[in-house]
Design a protein around this ligand. Structure first.
Ligand code: ADE
Length: 240
């Protein structure tokens, strides 16, 4: 997976992606991150890329031309292919695991980060294929949302997580939240690890995991539970 990020703050992207699991994935060649500064495509001597909005109103708007030239430059660098362009915006579709899985099948992905009040609509109409929001709140720019999207996609790329199963068998793929986890010591501040986990009885442990997942989902995300595949017995157990 090759990420190309159009941004006014490339260091934010490079620094964050260079850490931890994504950093290792870059070194190992599983993913690449190419952060391109839109300002490098400004066509005036002050390197300005924003201007006042037509019609008035607060804030500034990013101009179409530097954004478009940045996009063309990225496409040229990958043999003139035209990858999907994901625009990070609170006006987009809300990001979820299913969208991450779909996007993870692309070879190249361009992420467009806005700043100020927005980007001239004409360039968005020309290049954007997907409008994506990370939730119903407004950030100062698209960089953190782009990092959220790239991080989520990265861990689905083969080889990025050492344990091949850990990305699959997890929250959201089955619309159930994860069960609680414990490690040593067996007792901490007087609290014991649930005895079933020490029993070595794999069938009972699996049943306990399932039960905990269902209880957690019912408590914290009842909206998810409606989409989860529960047996009739599990549904009965939950309502009693
Ligand atoms: N830019 C500002 N806020 C955002 C959000 N919630 N999602 C995506 N992009 C954004």
């Amino acid at each position: 997976m090759n990420f190309h990020v159009m941004t006014l703050f490339p260091e934010m992207i490079e620094r964050a992606m260079g850490e931890s699991i994504t950093g290792r994935a870059i070194k190992a060649g599983h993913i690449s991150v190419n952060a391109v500064n839109i300002r490098d495509f400004a066509n005036n001597k002050h390197n300005r890329v924003d201007d006042y909005p037509y019609g008035g109103g607060a804030g500034m708007v990013m101009q179409a031309e530097p954004v478009y030239q940045c996009y063309e430059s990225i496409c040229r660098s990958i043999g003139n292919s035209r990858p999907r362009v994901v625009f990070m915006t609170p006006q987009g579709r809300t990001f979820n695991q299913q969208m991450a899985e779909e996007l993870s099948r692309e070879e190249d992905l361009i992420l467009l980060c806005g700043h100020y009040e927005g980007i001239d609509e004409r360039v968005l109409e020309k290049i954007v294929t997907d409008n994506v929001s990370i939730g119903d709140y407004v950030l100062t720019g698209g960089e953190l949302p782009a990092l959220v999207v790239m991080d989520t996609i990265s861990r689905l790329v083969p080889g990025v997580l050492n344990n091949g199963m850990s990305a699959v068998k997890e929250s959201f793929s089955d619309n159930l939240l994860e069960y609680p986890q414990y490690t040593r010591p067996e007792e901490w501040m007087g609290e014991k690890v649930p005895p079933v986990l020490l029993s070595g009885h794999h069938k009972n442990i699996a049943a306990w995991y399932r039960e905990q997942s269902i209880l957690r989902t019912a408590k914290n995300r009842p909206d998810l539970l409606e989409k989860a595949e529960l047996t009739e017995k599990e549904r009965q157990w939950l309502i009693q």
